[in-house]
Design a protein around this ligand. Structure first.
Ligand code: SAM
Length: 350
């Protein structure tokens, strides 16, 4: 949307030089240095501090044999450094204007043989094989993108990501921390996250309203033996109201009914399936079964954001042992659904 954009060139003359530096060769010959409009709606905040760019590349520990996946290369400030360090860079960019500038700059350096540009939405793109991810991503897709990487089918060594600071804190949060939510626990199940550094809003052009942080996500060597769809549906149910007790959360009629339907669908042997009167009776005993599981495990009075990963895994297995499921889709190979993990109902209220 045009109203949401910010035309940097022209408004702030002092910055014109910087804008040329971010998307041209900076020699002032006008070659590839035409004014670019940066779209806020696309998260177009270009990282212009060379010290931060160098640190990101150094901390990523790129091997010369690596294929690096970069999401949102923009005008290529990071891409050029990645191309020097890696065997190959696969860059996924949605904005054709950015692709044009990027390809021109890469050509000028003679590095085009190492770059593969995939034009399109990273959330709709099937990533090819890669060893590591290094990216200053558009913040609007942080949550689904992190889940797409961590829960995706492609094994990788690490993902160095520049993220909104608050979002990064959620990835780093521990049980009991105010930021600990469904995203934190889902990422924690499969990966370790390390904070590299905080980055000021002044290091971008145009400056965003928020500060940023660089983190490194490293997939764990061992993946727990459980159906990840079931797990993610389970954490969605638990964290809808992060600070309510699980007893109160699971007593909500809508939630109970959804679970009843899912568990009922899974129980093909039920002799009373489809019988209304029997269904009411079965719904009541289903509710009691849920509460029994919570009580037996000592979870009824616990709040999800205070539970450790191990405790949540234990509760999940207790539910499954009792025949209670959270998602009717049972195909663990199906990994194409990456909904937003961060927004539980309590977050929306904040
Ligand atoms: C924060 S800028 C980063 C630019 C550059 N990597 C840098 O560090 O300066 C984000 C980039 O992601 C692109 N982008 C936004 N949404 C995208 C999406 N869904 N898929 C792929 N690229 C996207 C934007 O066009 C923009 O170039």
């Amino acid at each position: 949307m045009l109203g949401a954009t910010r035309r940097v060139v022209g408004i702030i003359p002092r910055r014109v030089r910087s804008v040329r530096q971010v998307h041209g060769d900076g020699d002032g010959d006008g070659d590839g240095e035409e004014a670019l409009r940066f779209y806020k709606s696309r998260g177009q905040h270009i990282l212009i501090n060379p010290r931060i760019l160098d640190t990101i590349v150094r901390k990523s520990a790129i091997n010369p044999t690596d294929t690096v996946l970069e999401i949102g290369p923009g005008t290529g400030n990071l891409t050029l450094k990645l191309l020097e360090a890696a065997r190959k860079v696969v860059a996924v960019e949605i904005d054709p204007r950015m692709v044009q500038v990027l390809e021109k700059r890469v050509l000028q350096r003679g590095l085009q043989g190492k770059l593969r540009v995939m034009k399109g939405d990273a959330m709709r793109t099937q990533f090819p094989r890669f060893d590591i991810v290094v990216a200053n991503i558009p913040y609007g897709i942080s949550s689904p993108l992190v889940i797409k990487l961590v829960y995706g089918a492609t094994p990788f060594r690490s993902a160095t990501l520049l993220l909104q600071k608050e979002f990064a804190r959620r990835l780093l949060a521990r049980p009991g921390d105010s930021g600990f939510n469904r995203l934190s626990v889902n990422v924690k199940l499969l990966a370790d996250v390390e904070l590299v550094m905080d980055v000021s809003k002044r290091d971008f052009l145009p400056s965003p309203k928020v500060d940023s942080s660089v983190v490194i996500i490293r997939p764990k060597g061992q993946v727990p033996n459980l159906d990840l769809h079931q797990w993610r549906a389970f954490t969605r149910t638990c964290f809808t109201h992060r600070s309510k007790t699980l007893g109160a959360s699971f007593k909500q009629k809508g939630k109970l009914f959804d679970l009843f339907k899912i568990s009922n669908e899974n129980d093909d042997s039920s002799p009373h399936k489809g019988d209304d009167a029997q269904d009411i009776g079965r719904f009541t005993s289903f509710k009691e079964k849920i509460l029994r599981v919570l009580r037996t495990g000592g979870f009824e009075d616990k709040r999800p954001f205070k539970l450790s990963l191990e405790e949540l895994l234990h509760l999940h297995s207790l539910f499954n042992q009792a025949g209670i499921y959270f998602d009717h889709r049972r195909d663990p190979k199906c990994d194409d659904r990456f909904d937003d993990e961060g927004d539980d109902e309590d977050d929306k209220e904040e």
